[in-house]
Design a protein around this ligand. Sequence first.
Ligand code: HEM
Length: 229
Amino acid sequence: MNGITQSTALWYTSRATGVVSLLLLTAVVLLGVLVNRQGRLPGLPRFVVTGLHRNLSLLGLAFVAIHVITAILDPYVTIRIVAIVIPFASAYKAFWLGLGAISLDVVLALILTSLARARMSRRLWRSLHWLSYVAWVSALVHSLGSSNDLHSGVLLYMAIACTLAVIAAVAWRITHAGREIPREERAAATLAMMSPARAAQTRGTPRDDARPRVPGSSASGNRAPENVR
Ligand code: HEM
């Protein structure tokens, strides 16, 4: 392969993997937003949703890795290796590539803190996870700013679709936030379902007064605990 062909191959690989990375990052954010506190999407068991969320984020990271490595290897432009993780360190398109580096840093931080989730408080983990919006917005602006390809045609429609999907998901989440059962109440509901009174009830002993009441349930019965984490 001669120099020009090799450079072209690297360039196209970098572009293509950049686009796939943006799509995967969008899918990960959408899953994160749409999965309510009960960790479910309609029709899908919780482990499928969380597994999809985790695996798509790892796949996205793999594509970003190929995206940046091929961009660095491409001799057509000179991008320093440090520019991958240090924002605005690239002489080439410093600002737009800087946004890409910010996005990658945040994605890495989110994946690492998720791997160490058992060792940190849930509140801290959740606070850090809010940064996923920063990662997505910087990736989107990086994509739009660093290349003209996303300014027209199919790739422009793709960028618009990604943006509308995330905005719609966030709006949906905000409007449904009030209907979520707080974590403490869900935990109490689980304990109540496991209590001796409940056990007696499931054995057929009618003890309506001992029946655990789950917030949000109707007067005549309990909400099934399928959504309890
Ligand atoms: C989550 C992180 C990132 C995502 C989702 C992402 C995505 C994208 C996308 C969609 C494009 C446009 C592709 C096209 O033209 O069709 C692009 C361009 C580019 N990205 Fe990234 N990127 C990320 C991080 C980075 C980082 C850290 C670097 C390296 C320092 C980088 C370097 C580049 C370069 C060199 C271009 C092409 C610029 C040009 O056309 O002149 N990206 N990226």
